[in-house]
Design a protein around this ligand. Structure first.
Ligand SMILES: [Zn+2]
Length: 75
């Protein structure tokens, strides 16, 4: 999965499994919640959607990496 950030949010590029193209899924922390927004045909048809879970996992990984880069090294 490709993902990039605009500073406040992580934007995940999730390839579609059934159509050509990608979905953009935006994950933005608001207080203690993670707001995930995207335009998805599954949601419009009332079906469960994997993009939100995939994007939330990527967001967790992103923050894990952020913490990792700030980890102090002690000799
Ligand atoms: Zn979706």
């Amino acid at each position: 999965m490709i993902a990039f950030t605009d500073g406040a949010a992580l934007i995940c590029v999730v390839p579609s499994r059934t159509h050509n193209g990608v979905y953009l899924v935006r994950c933005e922390p608001v207080e203690t919640d993670l707001i995930v927004s995207h335009d998805c045909p599954a949601i419009r048809f009332g079906r469960a959607c994997r993009h939100i879970q995939e994007a939330a996992s990527a967001y967790e990984l992103w923050h894990w990496w952020e913490r990792a880069t700030c980890f102090p090294i002690t000799a």
